[in-house]
Write a new protein. Structure first.
Length: 279
């Protein structure tokens, strides 16, 4: 009786995915013939080609927007659902995208990895650096089609458009006043809260607005940047100069509705009303 044949070992005939090895070697054999960019796997090249063809195969069924990748659609859907899965463990703020959380974390760490090679200023994200560079180049790519004014970034144009539309999206919940700018609402709210966050380190006076503190500081420094071209007198504020100019022009824009007398300043009109017409 002959010996049984040894079991045959079946060779693996399935072709291995070459992209598995390319990621380890760093090779990028897949070339975009349009712009010359190279990729390590076919799928990345396929997605990239959509930036040239304009193909956006992923549709948002809620608003009709289309996207190049399924991941872009997934992130977009959070604008409809309000989902914010990425949590800042330092302050508790949540974000819809991981990259936004990463940029936010730099507000806690102080990291500013993006350097302006022209002036040395550093920024937390590349988009902020891109906008900043326009202060050096003078580029203003965002155009207001209503008045022709140009802007360095799209957000400034968006805010500017409210001067044409009259839109005031920021509401004071205390008194109902509406504002064009968020900062205007923040400053206004201090009238209700009494908050005065800006401190004069010289005399200890506190102010609700930074620009008022800056003007106040001139009372200590003696700075008077506003010059009367008629007589050479200098003033701390532009308003003081405007009032002073009426001594040269004799302009009297404030009129008493009772007797018709005109005054150069509102304070003079108020005093007149108290002394002459109050009884």
């Amino acid at each position: 009786m002959s010996d049984p044949e040894p079991p045959q070992i079946k060779e693996e005939t399935e072709e291995q995915d070459p992209d598995m090895f390319i990621t380890h070697t760093g090779a990028k054999p897949y070339l975009c013939n349009t712009c010359g960019t190279r990729f390590s796997d076919r799928s990345a090249l396929t997605v990239h080609m959509r930036t040239h063809t304009g193909e956006k195969p992923y549709l948002c069924n809620t608003c009709g927007s289309r996207f190049i990748t399924n991941n872009d659609l997934t992130v977009h859907m959070r604008t409809h659902t309000g989902e914010k899965p990425y949590l800042c463990n330092t302050c508790g703020t949540r974000f819809p995208r991981l990259n936004v959380l990463k940029v936010h974390m730099r507000t806690h760490t102080g990291e500013k990895p993006y350097l302006c090679k022209t002036c040395g200023t550093r920024f937390r994200n590349n988009s902020a650096l891109t906008v900043h560079m326009r202060t050096h180049t003078g580029e203003k790519p965002y155009l207001c089609n209503t008045c022709g004014t140009r802007f360095r970034n799209s957000s400034t144009l968006t805010v500017h458009m409210r001067t044409h539309t009259g839109e005031k999206p920021y509401l004071c919940n205390t008194c109902g006043t509406r504002f064009t700018y968020l900062n205007g609402l923040k400053v206004h709210n201090r009238k209700h809260t009494g908050e005065k966050p800006y401190l004069c380190n010289t005399c200890g006076t506190k102010f609700s607005r930074l620009n008022v503190l800056k003007v106040h500081m001139r009372t200590h420094t003696g700075e008077k940047p506003y010059l009367c071209n008629k007589c050479g007198t200098r003033f701390i504020t532009n308003n003081d100069l405007t009032v002073h100019m009426r001594t040269h022009t004799d302009e009297r824009p404030y009129i008493c509705q009772t007797c018709g007398m005109a005054f150069k300043q509102t304070s003079h009109l108020s005093l007149h009303m108290t002394r002459i017409h109050s009884g």
